[in-house]
Design a protein around this ligand. Structure first.
Ligand SMILES: Nc1nc2c(ncn2[C@@H]2O[C@H](COP(=O)(O)OP(=O)(O)OP(=O)(O)O)[C@@H](O)[C@H]2O)c(=O)[nH]1
Ligand SMILES: [Mg+2]
Length: 343
């Protein structure tokens, strides 16, 4: 899962990136594009690892991308930003909700709309370019795909009304539009960057199903990410927090993107994989390896809870908790899968 961090200047993007990844950026390089990869904590993986004692234990990963600090020119800046987050599955949009010393009071909703409009504008430019292209082709006798035309027309309508494409989830997820990688179509986690003293939810109404709002005290969380675990626990308690922003945001990202985890286990490796909720056994096999997908025969599936209740794979088998499933089986969160394949 790849998440892009965006936000207006001085909103706290770098601070959040550091809080999420635990990295401390060299001050001289703070303006450059940063990529940070973290393990997704999952107790089930730890317990599976205890059971199998594998050579390798591999957690699911999240990659955070922090685009380089932008141009002074706003339009160029937006274009660069959109380019930088093209490959991301979702966006984390940081809005300032703290007052810097001697600075302007925060205006989170207005800031959000401001940058969001830039995404909308960039997408609109892309849609219009494509429509012009199709029109030129049509003049030369090449017939356009009517379905693509209709989809682009619908996009153009929404974008022209200054609305992000994510407000129409079905359209935003249409496979025929995937190649455009529209920025405003990506699900968006809005992070209100609160002051240290302010745990409260900002005055940003939950925008839509595709925009999930979270209040995070980024500077505080950044300090927290640098601490030893014991100190961090005490610090969390002191600020009335039960969980770090990092963990909260991982959970929200999975929810927002509708992702689940399944596991592969063995003496060599215990590993967590992330797929879309609703993914079939065949698609999930593809997440592991394209050869396994190509040569897919069957999946041997056991629910994590059933394995733990039985105490061992062999015992789970005796209890008939291990099932053989075909290509179309919908993989569930916590499934342990052995793929049988032949290439
Ligand atoms: N009070 C307070 N200040 C913060 C918080 N988060 C960030 N800041 C301060 O705000 C300033 C900007 O933070 P950065 O993380 O550098 O923001 P940015 O969005 O990366 O900034 P640019 O890269 O310049 O666009 C820094 O001086 C931070 O220390 C916060 O939660 N509370
Ligand atoms: Mg920065």
């Amino acid at each position: 899962m790849q998440l892009g961090i965006i936000g207006l200047a001085q909103s706290g993007k770098t601070t959040l990136f550091e809080a999420l990844t635990g990295a401390t950026l060299d001050p001289a390089r703070r303006g450059e594009t940063q990529v940070g990869t973290i393990d997704v904590p999952d107790r089930r993986v730890n317990l599976l690892s205890d059971m199998y004692r594998p050579k390798k234990t591999i957690f699911a990963k999240i990659q955070y991308i922090l685009p380089a600090r932008g141009h002074a020119d706003r339009e160029k800046d937006a274009a660069a930003l959109v380019g930088a987050v093209r490959s991301c599955d979702a966006l984390i949009h940081v809005v300032r909700n703290f007052s810097p010393p001697g600075g302007e009071p925060p205006r989170p909703l207005a800031d959000f709309r401001d940058l969001d409009s830039e995404l909308v504008f960039a997408d609109l430019v892309a849609v219009e370019k494509r429509l012009e292209r199709l029109e030129a082709d049509a003049k030369r006798g090449k017939k356009a795909d009517p379905e693509e035309l209709a989809l682009l027309g619908r996009c153009s309508e929404i974008l022209n009304a200054d609305r992000p494409l994510r407000r129409d989830p079905a359209l935003a997820a249409d496979p025929k539009l995937r190649g455009f990688a529209f920025a405003s179509a990506k699900p968006c986690l809005v992070v209100a960057n609160n002051d240290e003293a302010d745990p409260d939810f900002p005055n940003i109404p939950e925008l839509s199903e595709q925009e999930s709002v979270l209040a995070v005290r980024c500077r505080l969380e950044q300090e927290l990410s640098q601490m030893a675990p014991e100190d961090a626990q005490a610090f969390l308690a002191e600020y009335g927090l039960t969980e770090t922003a990092r963990d909260r945001m991982i959970r929200r990202s999975y929810e927002l993107l509708g992702r689940i985890s399944f596991f592969t286990v063995g003496e060599d490796e215990v590993r967590a994989w992330t797929v879309a909720r609703g993914a079939s056994a065949l698609e999930s096999a593809g997440a592991v390896h394209s050869d396994i997908q190509r040569g897919f025969i069957r999946a041997e599936v056991l629910a994590y809870d059933d394995l733990m209740a039985a105490g061992s794979y062999a015992e789970a088998k005796k209890r008939a908790a291990v099932r053989l499933e075909g290509k179309t089986y919908e993989v569930k969160d916590g499934d342990i899968a052995h793929f049988r394949f032949n290439v």
